[in-house]
Design a protein around this ligand. Structure first.
Ligand SMILES: C[S@@+](CC[C@H](N)C(=O)[O-])C[C@H]1O[C@@H](n2cnc3c(N)ncnc32)[C@H](O)[C@@H]1O
Length: 248
């Protein structure tokens, strides 16, 4: 997978991209990340990427010309990309969206700064994506979040160490509790079933825990999760135990 990032602050990406799995994925050729400085696509002497807003108001607005020139240059050089503008006004980044984006061969991420990006840039992008209902100072951290989440979907990248399939939200549920050694910590014991060696029973226990946690914390997710008849029976049982459900 190839990801291009258009930013006025390429330096912000260096350290995160040189750490851990993201670095290893690049070293193994599974992920190719190219940073492009938006200033390199300016045509004026001062390499200006922003200007005052029409109609007045606080802050500066990112000019459309360097961004659009950057988008065109990158695609002429590397090939067509799925272009994403990071924006708090965009579609919320969820695990299903991450999965869809991870199927693209090439992504081009545009990072805004200041008060935002000139609205005419929207005509050139395939999607606007927000990483959450809060406003950050720029699109660089959102771009890194997107890169991390998408890279996690490359199966060869995670290897045996991690499994995205087990992650919260991958199957529409939150992940249940995880434990490692020691078996007892501060008077708290690891559930005996996890030490039983009975893999079928462990899988059933984990599924139940995931259903219970999702029911408690994010019941909204259950509407879209792929649930088996057994899952539904467990949920009914859990709801009844909490006094919420209808008695069968
Ligand atoms: C300070 S923000 C501009 C916010 C803009 N004035 C608004 O109210 O929508 C500057 C840039 O940060 C990025 N950004 C900030 N919050 C974001 C979020 N939640 N998701 C994605 N990008 C975000 C965008 O690229 C945005 O253009």
């Amino acid at each position: 997978m190839e990801i291009h990032i258009l930013t006025i602050l390429p330096g912000m990406f260096v350290s995160p991209l040189e750490a851990s799995i993201l670095w290893r994925a690049q070293a193994r050729g599974l992920l190719r990340i190219h940073l492009h400085n938006t200033r390199d696509f300016t045509a004026d002497r001062h390499r200006m990427t922003d200007d005052t807003p029409y109609g007045g108001g606080p802050g500066m607005v990112m000019k459309p010309e360097p961004i659009v020139a950057g988008m065109h240059t990158v695609q002429e050089r590397f090939g067509t990309a799925y272009v994403i503008l990071l924006s708090p006004q965009g579609t919320l980044l969820t695990q299903p969206l991450v999965k869809t984006l991870s199927q693209q061969e090439r992504l081009l991420l545009i990072c805004g700064r200041y008060a935002g990006v000139d609205a005419r840039v929207q005509q050139y992008v395939d999607a606007e994506v927000s990483i959450g209902d809060y406003v950050l100072m720029g699109g660089e951290l959102p771009a890194l979040v997107l890169v991390d989440a998408v890279a996690r979907m490359i199966p060869e990248e995670l290897g045996d160490e991690h499994s995205a399939v087990e992650d919260s939200l991958f199957n529409g549920l939150l992940q249940g509790p995880l434990y490692t050694r020691p078996a007892e910590f501060a008077g708290m014991h690891v559930p005996a079933i996890l030490r039983s060696g009975n893999h079928t029973a462990i899988a059933q226990w984990r599924r139940r825990q995931a259903l219970q946690l999702t029911l408690q914390r994010r019941p909204d997710l259950l509407q879209h999760a792929a649930l088996t008849p057994q899952d539904l029976a467990i949920l009914r049982e859990l709801e009844e135990a909490e006094g919420k459900g209808q008695p069968a």
